[in-house]
Design a protein around this ligand. Structure first.
Ligand code: PMP
Length: 445
């Protein structure tokens, strides 16, 4: 009967302590293999074993050459050769590695300006500003956008960087059920009537910001963007869209969920994204109208106090953007975008046909396989590594206790043969641990 702070049975808290102290320690071999190659469609892991009930690791000196279903390299641009890597190498020869300062000091070089212009053009908005880290793009810019009297309405599955960014003393945060537009509208309706500031006084909210992601990285769901845009217009709210997992990976031209749904980019007030996934690089951006970007250039904690993006990263991303926009004179960008979409549909369909339960939308390259029990995560990750397939196991507290999953990220770099091999192995392992269900009803006659 006893409940914890979130209204769940108190036994959950005891489970939490049990997992972190006893279980996670013994199964640390399921995570964090150091890699010793480019995280492409294949990746080389350094084999290690755990000793002393998980307290220590020991490297065996062996390498495991794995098929890589664990990296966010959606378009296969994480490469050590080719035009993007060459552009990065050439920029090191010109600028070195570090910018030597923040954007507001002497940290801005010509590559930052070019990257910002290209990013804005790619997205179809006025302007963009870039930052050295995707995580910090959320944590350091959201507080700049939230002021006294701001109500933030955030999807319950939003990324940790958003959750940290909106926890400022000035704003009030309300959370709506994942991708549930009805629940969002209920909160917006409530918000028109009153707002309660931090002193407890009731007055109208000065500003309402809805925060959503394009593709949710643990769920594989795609945001219900057209409906959310309609709501933001109806209730005169601002919309903040984090496209970390969707930029490059979604839409006919790789321009994210806006492109996927055919929405107008100017309907999104704050377009955030990272260069870490589809671009095979690192860093983040915020794009939007001139007024917003000029404000952030001046006031963002990230442009005032954080190191600017290293020039080599900017050079790599510029090169990727040019390929995606067809400015390199080839159809390579389009080829990769189409390959990712094809691989995604094929892989998801085959898993469903096998009777494996997956979350998310058919076009989402993030594929969470539901294995439910914690012990299944461990069995599956270990069996797949033995078969030389790298995946990511995700469990409590990152997911609800009984919704453990194996997360797979597809890439344009995967060949059909590689995917077929992975599917055969996954089916065998799923049979062994008993997570398949029969799609056909049982014949009882
Ligand atoms: N936003 C979302 C939705 C993410 O999933 C992530 C990281 N996976 C980030 C922001 C942080 O980006 P980065 O890893 O580039 O720092």
């Amino acid at each position: 009967k006893e409940e914890n702070r979130d209204g769940y049975p108190a036994i959950f808290d005891r489970f939490s302590a049990f997992y972190s102290r006893y279980v996670y320690r013994r199964i640390r071999d399921c995570w964090n293999y150091p890699i010793s190659s480019v995280p492409g469609s294949k990746v080389v892991l350094k084999e290690r074993v755990t000793n002393d009930c998980g307290w220590t690791f020991e490297f065996t000196g062996n390498k495991i050459n794995c098929l890589n279903l664990a990296s966010y390299n959606y378009l296969g641009f994480a490469e050590s050769s080719g035009p993007c890597a060459e552009a990065a190498i050439a920029s090191i020869r010109q600028y070195g590695i570090s910018t030597g300062g923040t954007r507001q000091q002497y940290g801005t070089c010509a590559l930052h300006d070019e990257l910002e212009r290209l990013t804005a053009e790619f997205l179809g908005v006025d302007d963009a500003i870039t930052f050295g880290m995707g995580y910090a793009t959320n944590t350091l810019n959201l507080p700049t956008l939230i002021s006294e009297g701001t109500l933030v309405i955030s999807d319950e599955k939003n990324h940790a960087s958003i959750i940290v960014g909106i926890k400022t003393p000035l704003g009030t945060v309300k959370v709506f059920k994942h991708n549930d537009v009805k629940d969002l509208e209920n909160l917006l309706q409530e918000a028109i009537y009153y707002g309660q500031d931090r002193k407890g006084d009731y007055k109208p909210w000065k500003k309402i910001i809805i925060i959503v992601e394009g593709v949710y990285s643990m769920e594989g769901t795609i945001v219900r963007l057209p409906e959310i845009i309609a709501l933001k217009k109806k209730y005169k709210a601002y919309l903040y869209l984090d496209e970390a997992h969707s930029i490059g990976a979604m839409g006919k031209n790789g321009r994210g969920v806006l492109d996927y749904f055919g929405c107008d980019p100017n309907d999104i007030d704050i377009l955030m994204g990272t260069y870490t996934k589809s671009f095979g690089s690192a860093g983040g951006y915020i794009a939007g109208n001139k007024k917003l970007i000029t404000y952030l250039r001046k006031h963002s904690f990230a442009s005032k106090h954080a190191w600017a993006m290293p020039p080599a990263l900017a050079a790599q991303i510029i090169s990727v953007l040019k390929i995606l926009m067809g400015r390199d004179g080839t159809k390579e960008g389009q080829r990769r975008i189409e390959a990712l979409a094809r691989n995604t549909r094929y892989f998801r369909l085959r898993l469903e046909q096998m009777g494996i339960i997956i979350h998310g939308n058919e076009d989402s390259p993030v594929v969470p396989i539901l294995v439910y029990l914690y012990s299944n995560i461990v069995s599956m990750v270990r069996s797949l590594i033995k078969e030389k397939i790298a995946t990511v196991g995700v469990g409590y507290p990152a997911t609800p206790l009984l919704e453990g999953r194996i997360r797979i990220c597809l890439s344009a770099g995967h060949t059909k043969e590689e995917l077929d091999h992975a599917l055969d192995v996954i089916e065998k392992v799923a049979d062994e641990i008993g997570i398949k269900y029969s799609r056909k009803p049982r014949d009882l006659t």
